[in-house]
Design a protein around this ligand. Structure first.
Ligand code: FES
Ligand code: FES
Length: 224
């Protein structure tokens, strides 16, 4: 059907539309669309307003840590790392840089390694959190933890829980990684003591890869 626009305000046939009628109808449609947009924006603002009702004072939260519920009262600004270390007795995750740089605070969230210093505790609700305390089963250290001990892969040990969590997360997803994959996966973890050769050996050991001496490790006896 062809719609003709006419200057005459009164259309004489049943098919043509006058310019005035067209503009009136177009204006009505535009007004309805604009109203819908305003309502959508209002709904988004309402949602944002609802989110702001948390805090600033402490609010009750429940975290699922190592398979158990952990009930806490924390301000919404508290990070997952601080909630674990300062509001419970789970001090295995370490705070070093507190700015997503070193990996000492690494925990698993639904199986993925994350920096717990960069995640709000309130946001971690509803997720499965695993800390280094949750790796041992029936009083027996996990294979990754045992490999770190066997390879003497620590000095001060402050970075160790983070490395253990990163290696554990990798091996759960990929039980036979290559050496390059292990190095890549641990690239977000830093060791200030420079224990990398032994950390890598421990990771290779835990993955069942051959542990070689391609990277020189100076025996303590040679330093004495
Ligand atoms: S303390 Fe979280 S990355 Fe350093
Ligand atoms: S062993 Fe000291 S920071 Fe890694």
């Amino acid at each position: 059907m062809v719609i003709k626009l006419m200057n005459d305000p009164d259309s004489k046939d049943g098919f043509s539309v006058s310019r005035r009628a067209f503009l009136k109808s177009f204006g009505t449609t535009a007004a309805i669309a604009a109203t819908a947009q305003v309502e959508a924006v209002a709904q988004e603002l309402a949602k944002a307003g609802a989110a702001q009702t948390y805090g600033p004072a402490a609010v009750p939260i429940t975290l699922n840590v190592n398979g158990k519920p952990l009930h806490l009262q924390v301000e919404p600004r508290v990070t997952l790392l601080d909630a674990l270390r300062n509001y419970s007795n789970l001090t295995g995750s370490k705070e070093v840089c507190d700015r997503a740089t070193c990996g000492a605070c690494t925990v698993m969230l639904d199986g993925l390694p994350i920096y717990s210093c960069s995640k709000l505790a309130i946001e971690a609700q509803g997720h499965e959190i695993t800390t280094v305390e949750g790796l041992a089963q029936d009083g027996r250290l996990s294979p990754v933890q045992q490999a770190f001990i066997r390879q003497d892969a620590l000095m001060c040990g402050y970075c160790t829980p983070g490395f253990v969590m990163s290696v554990t997360a990798l091996l759960r997803k990929n039980p036979r990684p290559t050496a390059e994959e292990i190095k890549h996966h641990c690239s977000g973890n830093l060791c200030r003591c420079g224990t990398y050769p032994r950390i890598m050996k421990a990771a290779f050991h835990a993955a069942g890869l051959p542990v070689t001496n391609t990277t020189e490790v100076i025996p303590y006896a040679k330093l004495a």
